[in-house]
Structures are given as structure tokens and as C-alpha cells.
Design a protein around this ligand. Structure first.
Ligand code: SF4
Ligand code: SF4
Length: 505
């Protein structure tokens, strides 16, 4: 980051961010004025020359100041300058690459193995990433090959180090995974029989909830973490329609959820979570009110996928899913109730942690709080996870991917005819080529220290990668202004974020 960033909130309060000291400081408009003058600018000298000590000073765009005030803030500005407040902050080296041996290491300690159990689904959600709106491989109703899946599961289980207590979660994804229940049952049996004596395997599933009545006993017996996709109340959920007759699925799913809660209340409290996609038919308010009043829970929220939309349908896509039917003020509702699950709180806490200087997660950070020593580490551009470190995803047609969220064009390997093809050199070569393509942009990005973008969402496969979250100085200044505006309007929020948000992470 190049230098100090002055900004003023809508209520007229001035601040500046010192990237060198990693501090947000309450400021004075004159200090911000001096900061914004180009280096070696002598404008203030000219202003002073034209005014005698008993005259007020007129500053272009700011108004009149008493001569003593002007001189006081000029002295303060010089003092801060002398102490490095306006120096450019240390930039992280973003020339990092992934070495081939990292793949083997990641496979031996991966946290989650996800199977696309079947491509088949009993819903026909209007916003599904396999709908007409998105580029993707044609989907049939393919079921995953059990022998191939066992091969990959065995490989992951075998690579676990003896005595490793690290947990592996085996997850079932779809389509609707319960449409291939036999596979789920066989994998659980296989994992229990083949896991190493000390190792822990747990299970999870993402389901639309339509088949829960039939299979809930099995899920409870095996203590599955059950993530049910539901977008809120009846209107909010109305993009999720039944495949057979295109009618809303809300009533059927809700009846099934109520049945689970009634029959297994302790399991429901402990292991059932909700996944909600935010779109034009719901709002933070409607989502919070529905889930808290009905289930005493707050869902995990995600935004509708906007990458990979086919040009022909872009306008219809925007009109259908992105044009909100709710006023913008809805976005600041229930900030205290949702707290760290509220996007505004999450973003504010992250900005303070990544750009500020008062959150310490490791003892070593306390020894070097200002992080001004030369950091020799090379960081990867973007926020992409290291392949297979967090998870490994096998699609129903045998493709291997780093996760379930990215386009099928990024296949990293395969399992076919009981042969697992994972080539570490090829995989790291692909990642490093992609990083090479994007690092120039990331090096100029003011948001880089709080980047949340994955390389696979940046059109990196094309000759022209781009990032919708890229921030130049101007955008970053607006971002900080927005955050401080929100904090000024709700002064308790800052205290709560300071006291609670970081511990909650
Ligand atoms: S979206 Fe990207 S960063 Fe996130 S889990 Fe998938 S591969 Fe990793
Ligand atoms: S937000 Fe985009 S441009 Fe900025 S660092 Fe992250 S990936 Fe790079």
C-alpha cells in the first residue's frame, strides 16, 4: 500500500489509515488536507506567506481556519510525518508458488473428502449452477462409481500418518445425495472397516431435505452433520421448485424438518444446520426472522454465484436474482442479532484484523506487533487454498477437484476404472501458471491483505483474468469510509466487535 489514506465519513468526521503503522487514526480535516497534497507540495507555504498571524487562513475546498489552528495542525502533521505515519506500508511478497511435494503432504492431512454422490436431483432450482444460466458440462443423472470412490477413500485413509488423531470428514454432495442412498450406506461401512485404529472419521451431507423422512434414522445413527438448503420463508424459498411439477418445495421440506426436530430434538439442535442462498426474494431481515423464530438457529449464508453466467442470459439473470425487492436499509438490519454471521460485522472485523494492529492470534505476533521487520515469506497471490489441504472433491463422473464450488473446467485429476490419477507436478504447474497470470493485478490491489477471492473465479483460464473485488486506492478509500460510517451510526457495534468478534472466530 503506497501511503496514508485519508477519508471522511458522511457525518463529517475525518480519519486516516497509516499503512506503515497499521493504524486507523482520528484526524482533523487539515491533517487530511496536508496528507492529500502531493509530496513536496508547497501550497501550504504559499498560503501561510499570504496571511499575517492575526488573519484567518483560507484553504481551498475546506474553508476558513484561524492562523493558530492552521499552524498547530501543520506542526502535528510534520510530527506524524517524522514518526513514519505517512510512509508506505510494507507490501507482502506475492511471488509465492506451490511446490510439488505439497500435494502429497496435503493429501495425507486433508480435512474433508467430498463425493458428488449423484448428479440426479429431485429439485429444479431456478438458480442452480447447472441451469441454463451457467456455462457447464452437460449433466446427466450419473451416479458415482462405488469402486472408484472406494479407491480414492482408501488412498486418503492409507496416507493418514499412524497415530494421527486428525479427523477426516467424508461428505456427500449432489444433486441430491439421498437419491443414491445405497452409495452413502456403502461408503460409511467401508470407511468404518478400513480407517486406521486411531483415526476419526465423521460424516456430513448437504441435502434439500425432500427425502429425509425415509433416511433420517441412518443419518442420526451415524451422527451425520446435516446441512439443509433452505432460503427462508415461502417467498424466499420459491426459486427452489420440484422437478416433477415445478411447484414450490417449501411445504414438503418444512414438514420434513419439523419431523426431524420432533423425533430427534437433541440431534436437531446439535447436528442440523441450514444453508441459505441470498437473492432477490430474501433479505437479511426475512432470513433472520424465519430461522430464529422457527428453529432457533441462524443459517450459513452465501451469495448467488455470479461467475460463469452465459452472456445470452446475463440480463435475465440480473433481473431475476440480483435486483432486490427489499430496500437497501435491510442490509443493516439485525446486525447485533446475527453479529459475526452478518456480512457487515464479518467484513469490519476482518478489516481491523488484517489492516490494523491489535488482534494477536499467535504469541509470536506480540513480539513483533508492528510487523515492520522484513517478512521474507513469499505469499501466494489471491486467497486460493492449497490444493487438497482443506478438501478433495470427486465428481460423479470421476473427476477430481479442489472443491465442489468451482467450474468443471478445472479438473485436477481423475479416478477411472479403479485407477487414481493425481499428478503433483501437473497440478502445481497449473496452479503456478495461474498465479503467475494474476499476481500483477494482486500486487496493485489495496485489498490484497484481506483478499477472499479464489483464483478459479477470476477467468484465469482465459488470456484476460480479472477480479471483481480488485480495489485501487479510490475504491479502498470508499470501502474504509463505508465501514467507519456504519460504526459511527451504531457506536455499540465497535465495542462489541472489539470485545467479542475476534474471540468468536
Ligand atoms: S473456492 Fe477456491 S479457495 Fe475456496 S475451497 Fe474452492 S478452491 Fe479453495
Ligand atoms: S481481491 Fe482480487 S485482485 Fe485483490 S488480491 Fe484478491 S484476487 Fe487479487
Amino acid at each position: 500500500m503506497k501511503a496514508a489514506i485519508p477519508f471522511t465519513t458522511s457525518s463529517g468526521h475525518s480519519y486516516f489509515y497509516s499503512s506503515y503503522n497499521r493504524q486507523f487514526l482520528f484526524s482533523h480535516p487539515l491533517i487530511n488536507y496536508f496528507i492529500s497534497l502531493p509530496e513536496n507540495d508547497r501550497q501550504w507555504k504559499a498560503i501561510l506567506r499570504k496571511t499575517s498571524e492575526d488573519q484567518s487562513v483560507s484553504v481551498p475546498g475546506l474553508g476558513e481556519f484561524s492562523n493558530s489552528d492552521f499552524r498547530f495542525y501543520l506542526r502535528k502533521f510534520r510530527f506524524l510525518k517524522q514518526h513514519g505515519f505517512f510512509k508506505p506500508g510494507e507490501q507482502k511478497n506475492r511471488d509465492g508458488t506451490i511446490p510439488p511435494n505439497r500435494i502429497e503432504q496435503n493429501l495425507s492431512q486433508t480435512k474433508q473428502l467430498i463425493f458428488e454422490t449423484t448428479e440426479d436431483c429431485n429439485l429444479d432450482c431456478v438458480y442452480c449452477t447447472y441451469s441454463k444460466f451457467y456455462f457447464n458440462k452437460n449433466r446427466e443423472r450419473k451416479k458415482i462409481n462405488t469402486a472408484d470412490a472406494f479407491k480414492l477413500l482408501d488412498l486418503i485413509l492409507d496416507k493418514r500418518k499412524p497415530g494421527s488423531t486428525q479427523q477426516l470428514t467424508v461428505s456427500f454432495y449432489g444433486g441430491e445425495p439421498l437419491k443414491n442412498f445405497d452409495f452413502i450406506r456403502d461408503v460409511v461401512k467401508h470407511a468404518e472397516e478400513h480407517k486406521k485404529p486411531d483415526s476419526r472419521v465423521t460424516y456430513s451431507m448437504t441435502s434439500n431435505g425432500l427425502l429425509l423422512r425415509k433416511y433420517i434414522n441412518f443419518l442420526v445413527e451415524n451422527d451425520f452433520e446435516l446441512a439443509i438448503s433452505l432460503d427462508g420463508d415461502e417467498l424466499a424459498n420459491s426459486f427452489r421448485i420440484l422437478k416433477t411439477n415445478k411447484k414450490p418445495s417449501f411445504d414438503l421440506v418444512t414438514r420434513n424438518i419439523d419431523m426431524v426436530r420432533e423425533k430427534y430434538p437433541a440431534y436437531f439442535d446439535r447436528r442440523v444446520i441450514f444453508l441459505t442462498v441470498r437473492h432477490s426474494r430474501n433479505s437479511l431481515k426475512s432470513i433472520y426472522e424465519h430461522f430464529s423464530s422457527r428453529y432457533g438457529k441462524t443459517p450459513i449464508m452465501s451469495s448467488i454465484t455470479t461467475t460463469g453466467v452465459v452472456d445470452e442470459f446475463k440480463e435475465e439473470f440480473n433481473d431475476t436474482f440480483l435486483k432486490s425487492r427489499f430496500p437497501a436499509t435491510e442490509n443493516t438490519c439485525y446486525v447485533h442479532e446475527l453479529f459475526t454471521k452478518h456480512p457487515l460485522v464479518a467484513e469490519t472485523a476482518e478489516v481491523f484484523e488484517r489492516f490494523g494492529n491489535f488482534v494477536f492470534r499467535r504469541p509470536g505476533q506480540l513480539l513483533n506487533p508492528l510487523k515492520k521487520t522484513r517478512d521474507k515469506k513469499k505469499y501466494l497471490p489471491t486467497a486460493t487454498c492449497s490444493p487438497f489441504d482443506l478438501r478433495i472433491y470427486m465428481s460423479a463422473d470421476g473427476g477430481i477437484y479442489p472443491c465442489e464450488h468451482i467450474s468443471r473446467i478445472f479438473e485436477l485429476g481423475s479416478v477411472k476404472d479403479s485407477e487414481v490419477d493425481i499428478n503433483p507436478d501437473k497440478i502445481t504447474g497449473t496452479y503456478n501458471t495461474y498465479f503467475q497470470k494474476l499476481k500483477k493485478l494482486c500486487k496493485q490491489c489495496y485489498l490484497a491483505d484481506n483478499c477472499k477471492e479464489c483464483i478459479f473465479n477470476t477467468a484465469v483460464e482465459t488470456g484476460k483474468p480479472s477480479c471483481e473485488f480488485f480495489m485501487n486506492k479510490q475504491k479502498f478509500t470508499s470501502h474504509l469510509t463505508q465501514i467507519f460510517d456504519n460504526l459511527e451510526q451504531d457506536q455499540q457495534l465497535f465495542a462489541r466487535i472489539r470485545d467479542e468478534a475476534f474471540l468468536a472466530k
